[in-house]
Ligand binder design. Structure first.
Ligand SMILES: [Zn+2]
Length: 325
């Protein structure tokens, strides 16, 4: 670890040591305190001898973010004890539960519109973001994909959720909302952390405005066919100041929009072929007449057939919006 981080950790450990010493002098001191004190002393001694942050089993570096969070860890993620692994799994199950509460209702509908989605993390938690927010008589629909996966991506996903939920209450024009969200996201992430996203606003009369921040094309499914709509800007969080051009669409009764994350397009079959956008296009055409629920079911069935025995390696989200007849 960097010297400044080590200095920070040493100070932290010394503060904890003082606290532990004070607490252990109390009459009602917990019996675990001497053991904790020994662990803190051992970590301080590792700092002194230069072995701090080295896994005691494989002698590789321990993940830096874990050390900052808990300077007492002695093993890398690959070499946790069975007890530590159980604790980590428990934390992840809890995080997955929290993440599920951030999702919209499964049977979502508002004036003249119906929405159905499928949200499937590759592991316990997902870096995909999906939300529907009623606003000013219409509703906002949001679908995004944070770069990377796992716990770090899921934390950024919940960050996006909180950001957009807060901004939605201010009823800003779409472009302004994206600019604010982008600035907030850029300021709170490090380089290399960004999210591709589609954010749209649908009105009861079928008019839809949307922004696509570097996201995969969305499909407009109508009686005239299926039309892809490409991204209009760069991903969120990539540059502090950037503009997000707004596009307009008009949906007739019966029309649908299909949005998805790269868990769909970057899925592979047993022969090593990637699913790709062209197959999504064909999929949308094939099921153009289906209602949103049937469309999702059919899509998932085709995806399962395509990937067969291949393991799901990326988070997958599908969102279908339907302008009711
Ligand atoms: Zn190790």
């Amino acid at each position: 670890m960097a010297t400044t981080e080590n200095a920070y950790i040493r100070t932290e450990l010394e503060v904890r040591r003082e606290r532990l010493l004070a607490a252990s002098q109390s009459n009602s001191a917990d019996s675990s305190l001497p053991q904790l004190l020994a662990s803190v002393d051992a970590a301080l001694s590792r700092l002194k001898t230069g072995t701090f942050g080295i896994c005691e089993q494989c002698h590789e570096s321990i993940e830096a973010d874990r050390l900052l969070y808990d300077p007492l860890v002695r093993f890398c993620l690959d070499h946790l004890s069975a007890e530590e692994q159980r604790a980590l799994e428990k934390d992840l199950v809890l995080a997955a539960g929290i993440q599920r509460t951030l999702l919209p209702r499964a049977d979502w509908s508002v004036d003249g519109w119906q929405a159905r989605y499928h949200y499937q993390p590759a592991n316990l938690v997902s870096g995909d973001y999906c939300d529907l927010i009623e606003s000013n008589g219409g509703f906002l629909f949001l679908l995004g994909d944070v770069a990377g996966k796992g716990v770090a991506a899921s934390m950024l996903m919940s960050h996006l959720h909180a950001t957009f939920r807060t901004l939605a209450e201010q009823h800003l024009p779409l472009q302004k909302m994206m600019e604010h969200a982008n600035r907030l996201f850029s300021e709170s992430t490090t380089a290399g952390q960004y999210a591709t996203m589609i954010v749209g606003y649908a009105r009861p009369n079928g008019k839809v405005s949307y922004v696509s921040a570097g996201h995969l094309p969305l499909f407009h499914i109508s009686s005239f066919g299926v039309r892809p709509r490409e991204a209009t800007g760069v991903p969120l969080g990539m540059f502090c100041t950037t503009r997000f051009p707004v596009c307009e669409l008009e949906l007739e009764p019966g029309d649908k929009l299909l949005l998805y994350t790269d868990g769909l397009t970057e899925m592979f079959n047993a022969a090593g072929d990637e699913y790709g956008v062209a197959r999504v296009h064909a999929l949308a055409k094939k099921h153009a007449a289906a209602d949103p629920e049937a469309m999702l079911t059919a899509c998932l069935e085709e995806i399962r057939n395509f990937s067969a025995a291949a393991k799901q390696t990326d988070d997958l989200t599908l969102l279908v919006l339907h302008r009711a007849q």
